[in-house]
Design a protein around this ligand. Structure first.
Ligand SMILES: Cc1cc2nc3c(=O)[nH]c(=O)nc-3n(C[C@H](O)[C@H](O)[C@H](O)COP(=O)(O)O)c2cc1C
Length: 189
């Protein structure tokens, strides 16, 4: 028996994205965004309220970074999603984290996050006070420790987090089940 729950954002889990920006004076801000996903293979889409400091920043710089939060930095990630750079001047500094400017875009790469996309702002669509923001991924920076022998990202090494919007909770990525485009053969091959 199924129940109707009404219109909900029911894609689950969501990512824990760390959006890094500079303001007009080069001050770093980072916010937490779970409402984001990949478009095509080289673009990222994120749904953002228009009053965030992050949004005011990247509308000026036309750039942002997107780090993936790992388990070791979960408290920092949650802080970035709770406090705003609009009213907490030292939001980033209070975490003790470190930022370096991207070589590719005018936005900070947060050193402690293991995987970061460096993005140019390419489109902002307004939908009822929420922006649908699209960035072009011009580079991805990864800690060497999360790469496998072929130089590809191995998510089991990155210790990444996920967000459950039904329960407002964070999870770690669990066990690998099978290879995609192959497991079908166990039943239908
Ligand atoms: C788990 C989590 C997920 C969030 N996801 C989003 C999101 O997808 N879009 C959004 O606009 N705000 C989201 N927020 C809220 C912002 O991160 C929060 O308002 C933050 O303080 C904005 O920071 P800023 O004003 O310094 O940019 C999320 C917060 C948390 C804790």
């Amino acid at each position: 028996m199924k129940k109707n729950l009404g219109p909900l954002p029911a894609v689950c889990p969501m990512p824990v994205l760390m959006i890094g920006t500079y303001d007009e004076n080069g001050k770093v801000d980072v916010m937490n965004a779970a409402w984001g996903q990949i478009c095509d293979t080289d673009k990222i889409y994120i749904s953002l309220s228009d009053d965030h400091k992050t949004v005011l920043n990247f509308l000026k710089t036309k750039a942002f970074t997107v780090g993936l939060a790992d388990v070791d930095h979960l408290s920092e990630a949650d802080w970035f999603g709770t406090v705003s750079g609009n009213d907490t001047e030292d939001k980033f500094e209070r975490t003790g984290m470190h930022a370096v400017e991207s070589e590719f875009v005018k936005a900070p790469v947060i050193e402690e996050f293991p995987l970061t996309m460096e993005c140019e702002l390419i489109r902002v669509l307004e939908t009822d006070g929420v922006y649908a923001v699209m960035g072009k991924i011009v580079n991805v920076k990864a800690e060497e420790s999360i790469l496998n022998a072929e130089g590809k990202v191995d998510i089991t090494k990155a210790n990444l987090t996920l967000f459950d919007q039904f329960g407002n909770a964070y999870y770690r990525i669990g066990d690998k089940l099978a290879n995609a485009w192959e497991v079908w053969a166990e039943k239908f091959g």
